[in-house]
Unconditional design. Structure first.
Length: 256
């Protein structure tokens, strides 16, 4: 059996300390495992604001920088610049078992990001799907990659003119962390740190969360991959800058 390497309750405590003015950390969907029962958490910032985005982390338990990013986002008041315009739904850790034990999969050995088109998905996936009870302009999934020498991203959306966002993000973070400029990344063609996806996602047998988001009408999905080889603070800062850049881009674009 794997040894416990992190404590999800510490994460929930950090988040709860920062949530106020009616914002709460909602514990939902009690998840039973052989080691303990876990609660899946969600919170919403700026409820009722016009523009809506979903930010998620920790779907792969061995990618903790996304979870740290969510904590830092609150602790460093990064939402302040967007509090009048954006409603952010945040899923801080979709795989609490994997997070605690430092493994990619959940307690059943399932890669959760492969089940979003499944007829009977794992409970963690059903919980994530339940967040799509509203239309989002933007979804951001925070990941990391132990094999990459630098940051890269996937992006897909309904408006081709939004494709410039990927380069804007990479330009914004290049002084914080290197960019992966390889022509092939994770088995896909890539250009300048952006994955070029040529497969018709609607015909795929399985979907990651990003494709499920598209199926629910999301305008733009971003899957951000920072490099595990760098310090946690560096990885989290890269994600934070990417979030800032994306929200600022759509704040200006949607108001125009």
């Amino acid at each position: 059996m794997n040894s416990k390497v992190k404590d999800i309750e510490t994460v929930y405590s950090r988040l709860s300390k920062q949530l106020h003015n009616g914002n709460m950390l909602h514990m939902e969907h009690e998840l039973e495992t052989s080691v303990k029962n876990y609660s899946l958490a969600k919170f919403v910032l700026g409820k009722g604001n016009r523009y809506k985005a979903l930010i998620s982390a920790g779907i792969h338990g061995d990618e903790p920088s996304g979870v740290e990013t969510i904590c830092s986002f609150l602790e460093n008041n990064r939402f302040e610049n967007f509090s009048d315009t954006w409603e952010l739904t945040i899923l801080p850790c979709l795989n609490p078992y994997g997070y605690e034990y430092g493994v990619r999969e959940n307690h059943r050995g399932e890669d959760l990001n492969r089940f979003f088109r499944h007829d009977s998905p794992p409970e963690e996936v059903r919980f994530a799907q339940s967040a799509f009870d509203k239309n989002y302009e933007l979804t951001i999934e925070l990941h990391e990659d132990s094999m990459t020498p630098g940051f890269y991203l996937y992006q897909k959306g309904t408006h081709q003119e939004d494709d410039i966002l990927g380069n804007k993000i990479l330009t914004a973070i290049k002084n914080v962390t290197p960019i992966n400029h390889n022509g092939e990344i994770d088995g896909h063609s890539a250009q300048g740190g952006i994955i070029i996806q040529q497969t018709d996602w609607t015909s795929m047998d399985w979907w990651p969360m990003a494709f499920y988001a598209l199926s629910k009408g999301t305008r733009r999905t971003l899957t951000l991959e920072t490099a595990t080889g760098f310090a946690m603070q560096t990885r989290a800062e890269a994600h934070l800058i990417a979030i800032d850049t994306a929200l600022k881009f759509y704040t200006e674009k949607l108001k125009s």
